[in-house]
Design a protein around this ligand. Structure first.
Ligand SMILES: NC(=O)c1ccc[n+]([C@@H]2O[C@H](COP(=O)([O-])OP(=O)(O)OC[C@H]3O[C@@H](n4cnc5c(N)ncnc54)[C@H](O)[C@@H]3O)[C@@H](O)[C@H]2O)c1
Ligand SMILES: O=P(O)(O)OC[C@@H](O)[C@@H](O)[C@H](O)[C@H](O)CO
Length: 426
């Protein structure tokens, strides 16, 4: 029997939709939806049901629709049923515009992946159509909250929305919409068939929308809302004036290390890769530490140690291939920004160069390349190190104009790539 509000009548039943979410993947279900569920439980304010939409495929709608939006999150103990999602819309569903224009909707959250922030993104187009309808309906203020792994994600999204909306909507957006940045953290691998089988066994019901996550979770949100919001702080979210120091720490230490593991290891899962690569990962973390802003009272050494433990979590089947995908969209904020800052300070970003060389080996040797810039990342003779480094550094959408011109960086990457190729052929 399948999980649904009929077979599991005890699930939370929000009284209204208060949040619209774009990009209803595994991460939203294990992160923002859980915070929202717990905020409703803590306050008794049940108006914060989530209307979730997908832009790319009908898979999630097919999984969650027949389950009335219910699914489970497993972090080690028994699967927990989450009832916060009340509507699931497949790509192109016209109800999305109506939901964004409804006065009860006060917040839009997004997890549309890094490439979802490219100009012309369908998610941004859908958001702008909804905001236009909301302005016409005079439905009141709304907060647009990016939850993707990008620096300054609020400002980036605001820029895309303003550009797509044009002058006609500019005044309304300026008065009615806020775009706070937020930093999100919880490792949530794509669900595997083994995970689904285990959840079915433990729950006694089939759950095709199940997600498996690590126990740790963090959400740092800039406290700049246009109107009401769920009391996420009651579920542990941190409301701050400026998320940037958290963002640097998380993107550079956690996500930078994740990418290094994905490109330097041949293991299928992160948990095994980290056993092999503990030294380079620790080296990378030390190397980027001078580029992190001050976080008074925060124990950085404990955080770094905890990351190594989190990566090694034996319950997580986090595939290195999933993290390696879309590298052209991830390298700049995870590895290249800190490299620039280290170079400017006269330091050699050796471990970053090694991770970048790992990416170069990966994009030139992978049998299929899952990356929006895949066509530009093909190199005719991948065994020729200098040529490969030349060709890939010239992709300015990834490396800008400055890094290719930096001889120290070029030499470090060339040396590392030569070593990696020698290691894999020798
Ligand atoms: N999974 C994690 O551990 C994790 C942790 C922190 C942050 N995040 C953030 O959440 C994002 C999504 O992760 P996930 O695990 O849910 O992935 P997922 O593959 O399960 O879901 C991705 C969602 O993004 C949508 N999407 C993909 N490409 C898009 C595009 N070009 N335009 C608009 N929408 C697009 C898909 O339709 C899907 O709904 C990540 O890219 C990251 O920014 C994930
Ligand atoms: O989800 P992505 O594709 O942006 O990146 C994969 C991982 O590096 C990342 O998702 C981490 O699991 C996450 O950022 C942990 O909070």
């Amino acid at each position: 029997m399948r999980l649904s509000r009929t077979t599991y009548p005890g699930a939370r039943r929000p009284s209204a939709v208060g949040v619209v979410h774009l990009g209803l993947g595994a991460f939203h279900r294990a992160h923002q939806a859980v915070y929202t569920e717990e905020a409703m439980a803590a306050t008794g304010d049940d108006r914060w049901g989530i209307c979730g939409a997908t832009q790319r495929s009908t898979t999630v709608a097919d999984q969650l629709g027949p389950q009335d939006g219910l699914y489970t999150v497993s972090t080690g103990g028994p699967p927990q049923v989450v009832g916060a999602i009340t509507e699931v819309l497949p790509p192109g569903d016209e109800r999305l515009t109506a939901a964004l224009a409804h006065p009860g909707t006060r917040v839009v959250t997004l997890t549309i992946t890094e490439k979802g922030y490219a100009p012309g993104s369908p998610a941004v187009a859908a958001l702008v159509a909804g905001l236009r309808a909301r302005a016409r309906a005079d439905a009141g203020p709304i907060t647009v909250l990016s939850c993707d792994n990008l620096p300054g994600n609020g400002a980036v999204l605001a820029g895309l929305v303003r550009a797509a909306a044009g002058d006609g909507l500019a005044e309304w957006i300026a008065g009615q919409v806020r775009f706070p940045s937020s930093v999100v953290d919880r490792m949530v691998p794509a669900t595997t068939p083994e995970d689904l089988a285990e959840v079915a066994r433990r729950l006694g019901l089939e759950d095709r929308g199940a997600v498996v996550a690590e126990p740790f979770r963090q959400w740092v949100i800039e406290d700049d809302f246009a109107g009401e919001r769920p009391a996420w702080e009651r579920a542990g979210a941190l409301l701050v004036a400026d998320a940037e120091p958290y963002e640097r720490m998380k993107l550079r230490l956690l996500n930078g290390s994740h990418s290094m593991l994905a490109y330097l290891s041949r293991h299928e899962y992160v948990r095994d890769a980290v056993a092999e690569l503990a030294e380079p990962v620790a080296g990378l973390m030390e190397e980027v530490t001078p580029t992190l802003g001050a976080l008074p009272g925060f124990d950085l050494d404990a955080y770094k140690a905890s990351l190594l433990e989190r990566f090694a979590n034996p319950r997580l089947r986090h595939r290195t291939a999933q993290i390696a995908a879309d590298g052209s969209q991830k390298l700049p904020q995870r590895l290249l920004d800190p490299a620039r800052e280290l170079l400017a300070a006269g330091r050699e970003p050796r471990w970053i160069a090694r991770a970048v060389a790992g990416w170069m080996r990966y994009v030139t040797t992978a049998s299929t390349l899952d990356d929006p810039l895949a066509d530009r990342l093909r190199v005719p003779e991948p065994d020729k190190v200098v040529l490969t480094v030349d060709r890939l550094l010239a992709v300015s959408a990834v490396f800008g104009e400055d890094l290719p011109a930096d001889q120290v960086f070029r030499d470090l990457v060339t040396e590392s790539l030569a070593e990696l190729i020698a290691d894999s052929t020798g």
